[in-house]
Design a protein around this ligand. Structure first.
Ligand code: FES
Length: 159
């Protein structure tokens, strides 16, 4: 079956089988390097992606689900100002995550900081929980997200 979807802003046309997962397609056909399939059961967060800006575990999502969706991985953000600001804020909070969690943490952060309205802390904590990371304090993560959003809002107002 042939399907089309948007990956990191670019239209992708792929051929899939009924047994393939999104993770398989992204890694093998789309050459996405930031993902890994550590548990393949939706428990570790190493395959986390955004689908229509919502967190999703690509290891438990059938590939046909990609049809006409907007998929983003951390590759879409690493060169952005938002990413640099969030990364700096996390470091300032003393909450640099371990290398195995970093992509998922930053991806969850990016899904939050791109919003125009600040999310409630509970929503930030829920979003962070998708990453299954024990090495970052939820309060520190929330603080970094909200401070980054303040910086971005200030920058938008500055002529
Ligand atoms: S590989 Fe662990 S959540 Fe997908």
């Amino acid at each position: 079956m042939n399907i089309e979807f948007t990956l990191n802003g670019t239209i992708q046309k792929v051929s899939i089988t009924s047994v393939e997962r999104v993770l398989d397609v992204l890694m093998r056909q789309c050459n996405i390097k930031s993902l890994s399939g550590t548990c393949l059961e939706g428990r570790c967060g190493s395959c986390l992606i955004l689908v229509d800006n919502k967190p999703a575990y690509s290891c438990i999502m059938p590939a046909f689900f990609l049809r006409d969706r907007r998929v983003e991985t951390i590759e879409n953000f690493t060169k952005t100002r938002e990413y640099s600001l969030l990364y700096s804020e996390l470091n300032r909070e003393g909450s640099a995550s371990c290398s195995s969690c970093q992509n998922a943490i930053m991806l969850m952060g990016m899904s939050l900081v791109r919003r125009t309205q600040a999310p409630a802390k509970d929503e930030i904590f829920d979003t962070l929980a998708n990453a299954h990371c024990d090495c970052i304090a939820p309060e520190d993560f929330a603080s970094a997200v909200l401070t980054t959003m303040q910086h971005l809002a200030t920058a938008r107002k500055t002529p």
